[in-house]
Design a protein around this ligand. Structure first.
Ligand SMILES: Cc1ncc(COP(=O)(O)O)c(C=O)c1O
Length: 360
């Protein structure tokens, strides 16, 4: 059986070493030494000034919206994971969807201004599959209209644009360290900002708003993460180069094997590095995609229609709306298996099966 994804696991002894320390200290959560060490090492690894290790990527988004004090309407993409939209609604704001760009699969900056109203407070855009948005265009629009920018960078761990971390764009960037992500801590997330005042506010928010044992600075939430998750993050960070190399080789092999497939990939930001987080293919026809899913399933190979359906026409708590590009792309995009220990032979098998569907 070949699943669409499998979490990377470090050698058990390496995780156990961290566990021994936890047993010795009996300090399990509340910004413990491993959580602090992870934050320090991630800052160094990602070359960012400030970040906080939090519960997960969803809470990270909610904390970002709260910290920026956003109200009213937030412009966002319908082509993302549910948490991008649900966090906006959860924070009492209204998501205003803007269609995506057909090439990058990210929010189309050319369509943002038409969606701005006097109630708009921010833009919340996703770097889809780790591919950076047109950050310059988004930031220019935001500045012109006095809007805040949050990037849902859940997929974008390790990506750099114009020589610096993609996490440093926007007012706040968030990341998910969920087990399905290329780098993970089991459950986990990051909030990243360049602004020290905002960092301070986010730190209060993460810890119930506490400012010392008996005082409160902010309306907070429990956004802390545990020492066990930090230990997983630390153990995995020691292997990040290997993880990257393995995914890169597998991706390049897919590219070679599938060069004659009637399908395409998203266009990657020209000034950005790749992190090989996913292997999405956009089939020329939906029929070809369905036949491919079936063929692969018949061989115990599992794929995922990601992102499908569009967030703009599925949610029971929002009015539905169709978007030409999003609906079209969502209807024929498929993520193929990609994970650290997927083998070259497995990639070849998947590719052969896809080509067989096409050539029959
Ligand atoms: C684009 C995007 N945003 C947000 C999230 C939420 O992250 P988490 O699962 O860590 O809460 C995910 C998770 O898969 C995601 O893919």
């Amino acid at each position: 059986m070949i699943p669409v994804t499998k979490p990377f696991l470090p050698p058990k002894e390496e995780y156990e070493q961290y566990l021994s320390g936890i047993w010795k200290r009996q300090w399990l959560t509340n910004m413990g030494p491993l959580a602090s060490e992870l934050e320090m090492k991630l800052k160094e690894h990602l070359k960012v000034k400030h970040l906080l290790f939090v519960t997960n990527g969803t809470v990270a988004l909610q904390m970002a919206i709260k910290a920026l004090d956003l109200k009213g309407e937030i412009i966002t993409t319908p082509f993302s994971f549910i948490a991008t939209t649900s966090s906006i609604v959860w924070e009492g704001c209204t998501p205003i969807f803007v269609d995506i760009d057909r090439q990058s699969l990210n929010i189309d900056p050319a369509k943002i201004e038409a969606a701005i109203t006097p109630h708009t407070s921010a833009i919340l855009a996703t770097h889809v599959f780790g591919n950076p948005c047109d950050v310059e265009a988004v930031d220019t629009i935001a500045k012109k209209h006095g809007l805040k920018v949050i990037y849902d960078a859940a997929h974008a761990f390790g990506v750099e644009v114009n020589g610096r971390s993609v996490f440093e764009y926007g007012d706040i960037s968030t990341c998910s360290l969920h087990a399905t992500k290329l780098y993970h801590s089991g459950e986990g997330g990051l909030v990243v900002t360049k602004d020290p005042a905002l960092l301070k506010k986010l730190a209060y928010i993460r810890n119930f708003g506490f400012n010392g044992p008996e005082a409160f600075a902010e309306l907070g939430i429990n956004g802390k993460n545990s020492e066990f998750h930090a230990a997983m993050g630390l153990a995995n960070l020691n292997h990040i180069e290997n993880i990257h190399q393995s995914r890169k080789a597998l991706t390049e092999r897919y590219d070679r094997m599938l060069r004659n497939l009637q399908a395409r990939k998203q266009d990657w930001h020209r000034e950005a590095t790749l992190n090989y987080a996913y292997y999405p293919v956009i089939f020329d026809s939906q029929e070809q995609m369905f036949q491919s899913i079936q063929k692969l399933q018949g061989n115990e190979i599992f794929t995922r229609r990601y992102f499908y359906p569009s967030l703009a026409n599925t949610l029971p708590y929002l009015e539905t709306k169709n978007f030409e590009v999003t609906d079209d792309i969502a209807s024929r995009i498929l993520c193929l298996p990609l994970y650290f220990d997927l083998t070259a032979e497995e990639v070849d098998l998947i590719a052969r099966l896809l080509l067989r569907v096409q050539n029959n």
